[in-house]
Design a binder for this molecule. Structure first.
Ligand code: 13P
Length: 411
């Protein structure tokens, strides 16, 4: 069960006095390097996909690889959308396989930030997905020189924000900056201590690249359970490419191998400094696996001709795919004409939480109850946990439900 519930993952770190590293994935080479480092260090890890860097890679194209790497990893992994711009970004990221989302409305006014974050929490909670919010402003962008003024998180606003939004983790601004820094940042330790004592929820630091090891360790003693880290990895990769090329490396494969080696070594170093190395087994034992659920419906529609049946399927696919937590909607008809049920819907949910929220969603009510049920004579439906491809485990509360892989579905 290597892909695990992100809230469980970070809560374990918070309760046990270490931080999980959230490393920016920008390519297949970075993905391989980060997972390899976590496996070597036996550490839980977060694969972070930052919306602020989407011009560097194709998010939709990379996500299937990210999910596959997480599922086959031998250590607990979570996948997070970082610096999500809005509600639509969060819905899209969950559809593509993220099981944690960060909404970054930290540049907005307090009230706008609360309102926008609360909307994301409401949607994500219905999908079982954990949410990180940010309050106060950490300036700069990963990989660039800092721009914009830092705004500190205040204790009073932090309390109000967490109460009103219900976020699972809070990213705080206490002096860190994203990107390249000339000097180590000056951190407001007293502020962090007060916020941690008052809130008692896992706190997050962005701008991890600028920190010294001593600063990171002290941050962790004051409630930081997740550290975001990006610029240093990009710099190390670039430096290594230049050095290898200068030393005579010519092929693309040789340069990529250098990138993987350098990024992996730096990630492993961080995992050891932040105390997550060696924790994989206990985290795995205490976190629920993150399993998709397949909502399977088989049915007959004897009164519909072929054209109307296809139109109904297409309309359902279009409408149901818009419901948050629905990852994919597949329709089909039997290959074997003697089958009892002639048509099917396979609707993939991000998690078991979507079973309820899907049923309550107005789009499903209007389509299934009015259009679909009106045309369908005979139907059978059930929700199935999708078995982990490697271990076959499906240990959600739905354990009484049959386990299958999508290949096993037949009507
Ligand atoms: P750095 O690029 O400064 O490490 O910050 C990364 C980050 O916070 C991504 O959200």
């Amino acid at each position: 069960m290597p892909l695990v519930n992100m809230k469980h993952l970070i809560t374990h770190a918070y309760r046990n006095g270490y931080a999980v590293g959230a490393f920016d994935v920008v390519s297949l080479a970075f993905l391989q390097a980060i997972v390899a480092a976590a496996e070597t260090a036996r550490a839980p890890v977060i694969l972070s996909l930052a919306e602020t860097r989407f011009e560097e890679f194709d998010f939709e194209l990379l996500m299937p690889a990210v999910e596959a790497a997480a599922r086959r990893a031998s250590v607990p992994v979570a996948i997070q959308l970082d610096h999500g711009a809005n509600l639509e970004s969060a819905v899209h990221a969950i559809r593509l396989g993220c099981n944690g989302v960060m909404l970054d409305a930290s540049h907005d006014s307090f009230f706008d930030n609360v309102e926008r974050t609360r909307a994301v929490v409401e949607m994500a909670r219905a999908c079982g997905v954990a949410v990180e919010g940010e309050l106060g402003y950490v300036p700069g962008v990963a990989g660039e020189s800092p721009a914009g003024a830092l705004s500190y998180t205040t204790l009073a606003e932090a309390k109000g924000y967490v109460e009103r939004t219900g976020v699972d983790f809070l990213a705080v601004s206490i002096g860190t900056v994203h990107g390249h820094l000339k000097d180590k940042p000056r951190l407001d330790w007293g502020r962090l201590k007060e916020i941690n004592t008052a809130l008692g929820i896992p706190l997050v630091i962005h701008g991890g690249s600028g920190l010294s090891d001593e600063q990171s360790r002290k941050l962790i003693t004051l409630g930081i359970a997740k550290i975001n880290y990006a610029t240093a990895l990009a710099d190390i990769a670039g430096e290594r490419i230049r050095a290898a090329a200068k030393a005579g490396a010519k092929s693309h494969a040789a340069l990529l191998a250098e990138v993987r080696g350098a990024v992996s070594a730096e990630v492993e170093r961080c995992l050891r400094v932040w105390g997550s190395a060696g924790r994989a087994a206990e985290v795995q034992a205490q976190c629920q696996p993150w399993l998709n659920v397949e909502h399977v419906v088989v049915y007959n529609a004897p009164t519909l001709d072929e054209g109307r049946l296809r139109a109904l399927m297409a309309e359902g696919q279009r409408q149901l795919a818009t419901i948050p937590g629905v990852r994919e909607v597949v329709v089909g008809s039997v290959a074997d004409k003697s089958a009892r049920y002639r048509h099917c819907w396979l609707i993939r949910f991000a998690s078991a939480a979507v079973i309820d929220s899907f049923k309550r969603h107005p789009v499903q009510a209007s389509f299934i109850d009015r259009q679909f049920n009106a045309a369908v004579a005979d139907r059978l439906g059930a929700d199935y946990c999708i078995a982990d491809q490697r271990t076959g485990a499906a240990t959600l509360p739905l354990s009484s439900a049959p386990i299958l892989t999508s290949r096993d579905v037949s009507v």
